[in-house]
Ligand binder design. Structure first.
Ligand SMILES: O=C(O)CCC(=O)C(=O)O
Ligand SMILES: [Fe+2]
Length: 275
């Protein structure tokens, strides 16, 4: 079986599908980033996805049920310190606030997986998204050195503490930092176009609303941010391994608040333990 890195090397992207817009330099949404108005980005409906307390004795049963019926749920009481989530977001904020020329020093290579750039799904759409991302697999040391030549250790330390806190068993994973800059016309732009994650499952931290889930028979609805909660969604691998018992949830990001939005996603992939 090929690894993700091998597949990406075999199918390199065009550089245009990697370099984000210089968001600070635009006052209107350029045509390249303007999506059809009919896509309903302005809807403010909330979806009441389940919130599960991990200290609840029935948590495992509730997770199974939520995964089958929704493919997505939120968890609270997860024991990941809230100050660590704050610290990771603060590092993301500092990274994305760097001047564009600096960020481009850590640009993902055309056949690469890690570094700064547009979402990998960009090449599947004829419009660009209002998004910039930074992907970490393993150590981000080389990219961090490019971004902060004199102060790269702090970023690596926070990333390492984060990894230790989030990963209680051994598996392949990627950490994705997402930034959705302030947009002059939020109803014409999309943060991330509809997609499913290729992971087994994804764990996401969002503080500001914008994540929407597509629910069959209901349509698009926002996932309400709950302080300290993490959003967990089923990805394609689990969908396949469970013989479609757990649906890989279709989701997107719309521009909802007049603030730059950040999110942190962990993509859990192949488990290295035998089950
Ligand atoms: O920013 C979000 O809320 C979602 C991010 C996401 O879907 C992704 O990184 O795959
Ligand atoms: Fe996603």
């Amino acid at each position: 079986m090929s690894t993700l890195s091998e597949v990406y090397t075999q199918y390199p992207l065009k550089v245009d599908d990697i370099i984000p817009l210089d968001f600070d330099s635009v006052v209107t949404v350029p045509d390249s980033h303007a999506w059809p108005i009919s896509d309903g980005f302005e809807s403010n409906d909330w979806l009441s996805i389940p919130t599960i307390d991990l200290k609840d004795p029935d948590a495992a049963k509730l997770i199974g049920h939520a995964s089958e019926t929704w493919g997505v749920f939120q968890v609270v009481n997860h024991d990941i310190p809230l100050n660590l989530l704050d610290e990771v977001e603060s590092e993301a904020r500092q990274l994305f606030s760097l001047p564009t020329t600096q960020k481009l020093k850590a640009l993902r290579s055309p056949g690469g997986v890690t570094g700064y750039g547009l979402a990998r799904i960009s090449s599947f759409f004829n419009k660009f998204m209002w998004h910039e991302g930074f992907t970490i697999i393993g150590s981000p040391l080389d990219h961090a050195r490019e971004l902060w030549p004199n102060d790269y250790q702090k970023f690596c330390r926070v990333r390492r503490r984060n990894e230790v806190a989030w990963f209680t068993w051994s598996c392949q994973h990627a950490l994705q930092l997402n930034s959705y800059p302030l947009c002059p016309d939020p109803n014409r732009a999309i943060g991330l176009a509809p997609h499913t994650d290729t992971s087994l499952f994804t764990i996401l931290h969002q503080r500001i609303s914008g994540l929407q889930i597509f629910k069959e028979g209901v349509g698009w609805g926002l996932v309400q941010p709950v302080t300290g909660a993490l959003v967990v969604n089923v990805g394609d691998l689990l969908h396949i391994l469970s013989n479609a018992r757990f649906p890989s949830v279709v989701h997107r990001v719309v521009m909802k608040e007049a603030k730059q939005r950040f999110s942190v996603a962990f993509f859990y992939s192949r488990l290295l333990i035998s089950i």
